[in-house]
Design a protein around this ligand. Structure first.
Ligand code: SIN
Length: 492
């Protein structure tokens, strides 16, 4: 639908801006007629509205996905491969428009949004190639008269609930695996950044994804009647969620009632450790990439930076110098290196963590407060001498706050790093090969970056341990959307 929203985005292809939900191949409004406004976090301006959908539309979407599953699950892997490759090509063709949508609704700088688009599209290419390799196996039998064959089958219609920090990539990381496996989907995009999801849905349709295979239900919250239905309706056979740990627990509880297959990527509290044998320049570069990507709004961001005593002062001053050179602003400006936070609640949390740390003795080296004016901007901040008891060392900040804590020994820092109920990612810098193995094995996380602050790629098993999640996405994650079935053939 051509709309004022489309004009607000200023795209080459205005028809990528969709302001309705998508059910059974039709763009639709909410039955009750309600809408949700979506704002640009850099300016506070309304970009457009999306429907405030409810239970009726959710049930329709789930039914459509279940009906479409009958035919989609029977397509050949090569047919699904070809459609996903076409979808990938369309994402490449429209990369400038898709990046602009990400920047306008999420705030991240355009260069970073282009990076997200490439990352997002890479899941379509990867899973197109995985679709044709969902091999089964022949298992030697325990009995002479029986032969065992193991096959993989798609689980069914699934629910996909995604966060606003990667408006595009968190959709394709799940959706591409689901479609490649032969599953259908109902997607609930976040209310802050729904337009990327809707544009991807438009492109999927152009690529030839049949009606009902992808459905999109737009709504305000995860744990409302929509989210509850998506996770508890008995015909939904899979739930995939990325978001906060408290919401993940609520949705996991709902999905358990009918034993759905579940993939969850929840919050992290990543330690970033710099040992005294590290290359300090490389560690500073890695800390910046890791901590300040998306203005600190990623689940794999460094949340706690532990630096060994003898290199502490050097690392802290070099990090502070680099951070003070950041250019914070509207992501559409070419000078901008770091954009706004997503909303007021995000600002409040960072402010609370700064105040708490300072009240416990931390020193502000750079930043430390909100940037006044329009938009939700927080000055990139570096705190030194942060005590282990500070809130930031125990809760995910999700903002541009680098908190540095001093440590003395390897054993001590491993204990500090693991002193958290979550375990998504962890990072450390060291050039000692023995230490590299020891620490990598000791960290209680799903992913370790050694001498790198960036680990995200389509090919890796992305996911956490402890309260950071269940299952893995990317890599061989197509298996999360498939059941393993034994066929034992007797009477030979
Ligand atoms: C996330 O923050 O949830 C995902 C980050 C990534 O894929 O790199």
């Amino acid at each position: 639908m051509a709309s004022t929203a489309a004009a607000n985005f200023g795209l080459n292809d205005a028809s990528l801006i969709r302001t309705q939900g998508f059910i059974n191949g039709q763009w639709v409004d909410a039955q009750e007629g309600g809408t949700i406004s979506v704002t640009n976090p850099a300016t506070g301006e309304v970009l457009g509205t999306i429907p405030e959908m409810a239970l009726t539309e959710t049930k329709q979407a789930i039914d459509a996905a279940a009906e479409a599953f009958k035919a989609w699950s029977k397509t050949t892997a090569k047919q699904r491969h070809d459609i996903l490759k076409k979808f990938y090509d369309l994402m490449q063709q429209h990369q400038d428009d898709l990046a602009r949508i990400i920047t306008l609704e999420n705030g991240k700088p355009l260069s970073e949004a282009k990076g997200e688009n490439a990352y997002s599209a890479s899941f379509l290419e990867w899973f197109a190639e995985e679709a044709v390799r969902t091999y089964g196996e022949v298992v030697p039998s325990a009995f002479p008269q029986i032969r065992n064959v193991v096959i993989k089958q798609p689980v069914g219609g699934g629910s996909i609930l995604t966060p606003w920090n990667f408006p595009s990539a968190m959709i394709t990381r799940k959706l591409a695996a689901a479609l490649a496996a032969g599953c259908t989907a109902v997607i609930k995009p976040p209310p802050e950044t729904p337009f990327s999801c809707l544009a991807l849905t438009e492109l999927a349709t152009r690529a030839g994804v049949p009606p009902g295979v992808i459905n999109v239900v737009t709504t305000q919250a995860n744990v409302n009647e929509v989210g509850r239905e998506m996770c508890s309706n008995p015909i939904v056979r899979k739930v995939s969620f990325t978001g906060s740990t408290p919401v993940a627990k609520a949705l996991y509880g709902l999905a358990s009632g009918t034993m759905k297959k579940v993939s969850i990527e929840a919050g992290g509290n990543a330690p970033f450790v710099v040992f005294d044998d590290a290359d300090i320049d490389a560690a500073v570069t890695g800390a910046i990439a890791c901590k300040f990507r998306g203005s600190g709004q990623t689940c794999v961001c460094a949340n706690r930076i532990y630096v060994q005593s003898s290199v502490y002062a050097d690392f802290a001053s070099r990090l502070a110098e680099k951070v003070s050179a950041f250019k914070v602003g509207n992501g559409l400006d070419s000078e901008t290196t770091h954009g706004p936070l997503i909303h007021e609640r995000a600002i409040e949390k960072v402010q609370r963590h700064v105040e708490d740390a300072v009240s416990k003795g931390a020193q502000v080296l750079v930043g430390g407060q909100r940037i006044q004016g329009t938009g939700t901007f927080f000055a990139p901040t570096v705190l030194a001498d942060v005590p282990q008891s500070a809130l930031i060392n125990h809760e995910e900040t999700f903002g541009p706050l680098a908190a540095i804590t001093r440590f003395e020994t390897e054993d001590e820092v491993i204990r500090l790093a693991n002193d958290t109920p979550v375990g998504l990612a962890g990072y450390f810098y060291s050039r000692d090969v023995g230490r590299v193995w020891r620490v990598a094995e000791a960290l209680e996380v799903g992913m370790v970056g050694v001498n790198t602050g960036l680990i995200s790629q389509n090919v890796i098993p992305f996911g956490g341990v402890k309260e950071s999640g269940i299952g893995r996405e990317g890599g061989h994650g197509i298996g999360e959307y498939m059941n393993t079935k034994l066929i034992a053939i007797g009477g030979l």
